[in-house]
Design a protein around this ligand. Structure first.
Ligand SMILES: Nc1ncnc2c1ncn2[C@@H]1O[C@H](COP(=O)(O)OP(=O)(O)O)[C@@H](O)[C@H]1O
Ligand SMILES: [Mg+2]
Length: 315
């Protein structure tokens, strides 16, 4: 069943077109990864879906109901984890959850039970009576997530829930998402880290500049560019002249540089590796060479000519 059906969504901020006729479908039971660099329009799309901003035009159906006419009903079944942490700093972790549970109509024993279960689920049960000020970044993020889960939504929307946290908290959150999904929750997960999506999402939608540029399972997306190969060279002197020469080789599509590593995307079977090595040797030593299968990042690079990581500053 379709949980979400968005068609022709347009959202402008002044003259800036943040959503440019976007279509998005989400199926019950999936973890959909929404991937794109900063400024792509992910947060705007999520808020349009959750009904927290007004769109200029387009049709939105959630749980098979027209969104505007059924907004309150719909919101009851949705959990929204916002990109900015939005918990009360003068309430303890437990009081925060009691507050959010109360908004959704939970009370008495049921509220108490759900607050405990949720604190346990996000690993904060031992910190229930502490103020969030005392929490690490990762604990704050987990509390932020808990506030969106206390009413057991059947559809959870998460906007970059792991930005700026330690690896342990990140793994805890990613495991929790898998567990929720196993229990039947449909999840929309937004990020600009493609590594996360690759291990989490059953389907991926890639956005850039207000457009959906491609979508499919990870396998499907990678197959779209399977006729390409990726070569990485660690060199002593990755200067611009070398990059220019590599770009001119037959079959080469993209050349980019990170520190002393040069990445080349090229047509498979074009003999690029041999020729790239010959050129690189003219410019001094080669420290290492690897040739890989393409990843999701390469899909993005091929489709947009940009690296996902270069999408802007961390917010
Ligand atoms: N409230 C706003 N007013 C004006 N411009 C905005 C506002 N919110 C977002 N934008 C702009 O819309 C574009 C998409 O932003 P956003 O949806 O936050 O992208 P993402 O979540 O992918 O980083 C960006 O260019 C951003 O600067
Ligand atoms: Mg955002």
């Amino acid at each position: 069943m379709g949980i979400v059906n968005m068609e022709n969504i347009v959202k402008r901020y002044g003259s800036h077109l943040a959503l440019d006729y976007v279509d998005l479908k989400i199926t019950e039971g999936e973890i959909l990864g929404l991937l794109g660099p900063n400024g792509a329009g992910k947060t705007t799309l999520i808020h349009a879906l959750a009904g927290t901003i007004k769109i200029d035009s387009g049709d939105i159906r959630v749980f098979n109901k027209e969104q505007k006419a059924n907004l309150l009903d719909i919101k009851r079944e949705i959990g929204l984890v916002t990109q900015e942490i939005s918990v009360f700093t003068d309430l303890t972790a437990q009081e925060n959850l009691e507050f959010f549970g109360g908004i959704y109509g939970l009370k008495g024993k049921e509220l108490k039970k759900r607050v405990e279960e949720t604190l346990e689920f996000v690993g904060l049960i031992d910190h229930a009576s502490k103020l969030p000020d005392k929490f690490s970044g990762g604990m704050k993020r987990r509390l932020n997530i808990a506030c969106a889960l206390v009413h057991e939504p059947k559809f959870l929307i998460m906007d970059e829930p792991t930005v700026g946290i330690d690896p342990q908290s990140r793994n805890h959150i990613l495991d929790a998402i898998r567990e929720l999904n196993r229990r039947g929750t449909t999840i929309l997960y937004t990020t600009h880290y493609m590594e996360e999506i690759q291990n989490l999402a059953s389907r991926v939608v890639i956005m850039d500049q207000g457009h959906i540029i491609t979508q499919g399972t990870i396998q499907e997306l990678v197959e779209k560019i399977h006729h390409e190969e990726k070569i990485k060279l660690q060199v002593a002197e990755p200067d611009d002249e070398l990059l220019e020469k590599l770009r001119k080789l037959d079959g080469v599509k993209q050349v980019s540089k990170t520190g002393k590593e040069i990445q080349i995307i090229s047509q498979a079977g074009a003999g690029t590796l041999d020729r790239a090595l010959t050129v690189a040797k003219e410019f001094g030593g080669i420290h290492s060479v690897t040739a890989d299968k393409p990843t999701l990042e390469d899909v993005f690079l091929t489709l947009t000519g940009k690296q996902l990581r270069d999408g802007g500053n961390e917010k």
